[in-house]
Design a protein around this ligand. Structure first.
Ligand SMILES: O=C(CO)COP(=O)(O)O
Ligand SMILES: O=C[C@H](O)COP(=O)(O)O
Ligand SMILES: [Zn+2]
Ligand SMILES: [Zn+2]
Length: 360
């Protein structure tokens, strides 16, 4: 028995009930799926390859900045046009290649603060077009992040978006309680400590409002988590708060489910295996990993360039001879590939840490 036994589409980008079934299965088997921030075909491939080799499902996500990068840094983005085009291009690329990796993939977008809502609107227009043409949205899921706004505005606006997405059976992740550090270029490093820890009442109010609209939603609750990697000791996680949320919702709703809420762990980089597993035991089904992957991608390229320095300073001529061509050393398929390999290795570690390896 594995995750693919509960899925109707076992390979490629999944959506709708399949996403819900995958998350439910993950809760039951106590694992979480890594959500890897991808910004290019190369980083997407690193993630797909790691998941394929580990026989695991994977979530690929594009941030607003990552989507703009996918389109090209030289494209104007004043009205989110580059982020919309990049998100569409990235989705089509991932949809096209994912089946070749033989694993189920959840295709997702990350964060989206209030000022970036035109990005989400643009993507939803495309999801609806895709749904009309094929019966499924382009993206499996999106995130909306109004965690810096008033709670009621956050809930009401999130509910409005879920209402738009529900007919496509599209998943919506929302955030309550701020993730520290930086996201979408917004610096939350000095944010008041209390806003980093979500209260159970807020979780219940969100659950009550959203579950009336659609079952396809998850909550990124703050439990001290922070984007980025900092000096050891600077981040104090309290995963036990997540267990309080589950109990509170269970009591208030009289649900038979021990873990009625699908929870998301933001700022996964730099945490310990114990912290991941504790959070997973309270119903976290998705752990976001960006910063550690950025570093891992760099290390392969860095080590290659430093190690092959004498083969990379001119097109012709290296330690093997003054007339030797260096083409096979500076071909991007050689040195970019080294970054893919080290990023893939780091993802393999995450898949193991989250107990996600060998779950298909
Ligand atoms: O939460 C994240 C993306 O939304 C990733 O956080 P890290 O960069 O800390 O891994
Ligand atoms: O929110 C955090 C993710 O790491 C995305 O970061 P980004 O906005 O730099 O792409
Ligand atoms: Zn946030
Ligand atoms: Zn995040």
């Amino acid at each position: 028995m594995g995750a693919t036994d509960v899925l109707s589409r076992k390979v490629g980008v999944i959506y709708g009930e399949d996403v819900q079934k995958l998350f439910k299965y993950a809760q039951e088997k106590k694992f979480a799926i890594p959500a890897i921030n991808v910004t290019s075909s190369s980083t997407a491939i690193a993630a797909l390859e790691a998941a394929r080799d580990a026989k695991a499902p994977i979530i690929l996500q594009l941030s607003q900045g990552g989507a703009a990068y996918f389109c090209g840094k030289g494209v104007a983005n004043g009205k989110q046009e580059a982020s919309i085009a990049g998100a569409i291009a990235g989705a089509h690329f991932i949809r096209a290649v994912a089946p070749a990796y033989g694993i189920p993939v959840v295709l997702h977008t990350d964060h989206c603060a209030k000022k970036l809502l035109p990005w989400l609107d643009g993507m939803l227009d495309e999801d609806e077009k895709h749904f009309k043409a094929t019966g499924e949205p382009l993206y499996s899921s999106h995130m909306i992040d109004l965690s810096e706004e008033e709670v009621q505005f956050n809930i009401d606006t999130t509910a409005k978006y879920l209402t738009r997405m529900a007919p496509m059976k599209q998943w919506l992740e929302m955030e309550i309680g701020i993730t520290g550090g930086e996201e979408d270029g917004v610096n939350n490093e000095d944010v008041d400590n209390n806003s980093l820890y979500t209260q159970p009442e807020d979780i219940y109010n969100i659950y009550a409002a959203l579950s009336k609209i659609s079952p396809f939603f998850s909550i990124a609750a703050g439990f001290g988590n922070v984007h980025g990697v900092y000096k050891p000791g600077n981040v104090k996680l309290h995963p036990e708060l997540l267990s309080k949320h589950q109990k509170f919702v269970q009591e208030k709703t009289g649900s038979k489910e021990e873990k009625p809420v699908f929870l998301v762990f933001h700022g996964g980089s730099g945490s310990s295996k114990e912290e991941y597993l504790e959070a997973i035991s309270y119903g976290v089904v998705k752990v976001n990993m960006d910063t550690d992957m950025q570093y891992a991608y760099l290390t392969g390229i860095r080590d290659y360039v430093l190690g092959k320095k004498d083969y990379l300073t001119s097109q012709v001529g290296n330690p093997d001879g003054a007339d030797k061509p260096n083409k096979k050393f500076y071909d991007p398929r050689v040195w970019v590939r080294e970054g893919e390999k080290t990023m893939s290795t780091r993802i393999a570690e995450a898949l193991k840490d989250f107990n996600c390896a060998n779950q298909l």
